[in-house]
Design a protein around this ligand. Structure first.
Ligand code: UD1
Length: 367
């Protein structure tokens, strides 16, 4: 059973790691790893391979940055001949990035069965690039693996037959549980001169937040208030760094002594900081899930979430991007300690095991 696994961007790497490790346990599976090159900086890609023990990719398509259409098209053009040559039994994609969509389209065009891990999540916001990627990938997939029950309902409403959909839990949480102790042992807060539970951690990279000057400026206003009461560590994504510079906001940040702008971090370093944060502020999807498991209060700086279980059961609160709302919510967390939350169903570290078991059964029964 030859399975081609596709990765492209940073959040794909923590999802693929436990899947590849699980596939490697079976002599009847030959996992092939293809990196599209969507993320190419070492600190956005290579460091995760090293830390998470992911084997070096068998193929790198070297695509790099561009508009979404360009990026998607380049991945498709490079992947088509490769899949035709390899003729795998399955293509497996994870998450919702442009590389996910591109690989799904090619697999469908060259008639290779497709598995989508993290299927069915919906923000119902079609201006979000990832939403388009999710909807189309799910429409094309033969095996859809979901992380929460709301995803099964979404897929049902879109007319995806039930027999294709499997509720298995969350592979990203497999990775988190596997590495948590090692990450906490790094003593990350001390490295940044802050004490455990005595700082906020921030990530920001969504185009809707960082590409619009007014929105980014408004978030900075909120951070200005917050940093007057609590140190804020801000590992900035390359896109965000560029936007801060272009808009002259780096000068503004220099006037905020407790807002620390730092380079993107490796997986363990970031997890080490997140696990001991008093408060997380983010527009990332995955971090909403990770903080739920860590029991760290999370304020999501977006108008919606495709991961509702993190709100109904976890520590997440969707607060939008108005500075007043962000600050009010942050003060509430500081005063009350924030939501406690509980572990969502099947987020138990065994999702990859379930996925590989199902794939072996399905693919064997078809051969
Ligand atoms: C992508 C994903 C997003 C995911 C995020 C995590 C899509 C539509 N978006 O967004 O879902 O949450 O990754 O990081 O696929 N850049 C670098 N170095 C890199 C990678 C990117 O400098 O290693 C720069 C690019 O040149 C580009 C910008 O960052 O200007 C954005 O990169 P891109 O891959 O287009 O999207 P992300 O914003 O990273």
């Amino acid at each position: 059973m030859k399975i081609v696994n596709i990765v492209g961007a940073r959040p794909n790497l923590m999802k693929i790691a436990p899947l590849i490790a699980e596939m490697q346990r079976f002599s009847d599976i030959e996992p092939v790893l293809v990196h599209t090159g969507q993320h190419y900086d070492d600190n956005m890609s290579e460091v995760f391979f090293k830390e998470l023990g992911i084997p070096q990719p068998d193929y790198n398509l070297g695509v790099g940055p561009g508009t979404h259409t360009w990026q998607t098209a380049q991945v498709m053009l490079a992947l088509e001949p490769l899949l035709q040559e390899l003729r795998p039994d399955l293509v497996l994609v994870v998450g919702d990035v442009n590389s996910t969509l591109a690989a799904a389209l090619v697999a469908a065009k060259v008639c290779i069965p497709l598995a989508h891990v993290e299927a069915g999540l919906r923000s119902f916001d079609r201006t979000m690039p990832e939403e388009i990627n999710r909807v189309i990938t799910d429409a094309l997939a033969d095996y859809l693996f979901t992380t929460e029950r709301s995803a099964n309902e979404n897929l049902q409403q879109e007319g995806i037959p039930d027999h294709r959909v499997f509720f298995v839990g969350n592979v990203m949480i497999d990775t988190l549980l596997h590495h948590r102790q090692r990450a906490e042992a790094l003593g990350m807060p001390a490295r940044y001169g802050v004490s455990g539970n005595g700082y906020a951690l921030l990530t920001l990279h969504r185009p809707s937040n960082v590409d619009v000057r007014e929105v980014l400026g408004g978030i900075l206003n909120a951070l200005d208030s917050l940093q007057s009461r609590l140190p804020v560590l801000f590992p900035a994504h390359p896109r965000t760094m560029r936007r801060l510079a272009e808009n002259g906001f780096l000068e503004r940040i220099k006037t905020m002594p407790n807002l620390r702008l730092i380079e993107p971090l490796g997986y363990l370093e970031f997890l080490g900081l997140m696990a001991q944060a008093r408060l997380m502020l983010t527009d990332s999807g995955g971090i909403q899930e990770e903080t739920t498991i860590l029991g760290v209060p999370c304020l999501t700086l977006r108008e919606n979430t495709e991961r509702p279980v993190t709100v109904t059961q976890g520590t997440n609160e969707v607060v939008g991007t108005s500075p007043e709302r962000i600050v009010t919510a942050a003060w509430q967390v500081l005063a009350s300690g924030g939501k406690e939350g509980r572990c969502p169903e099947l987020w138990d570290g065994r999702a990859a095991e379930r996925i590989v078991r199902i794939l072996r059964e399905k693919l064997e029964s078809q051969s």
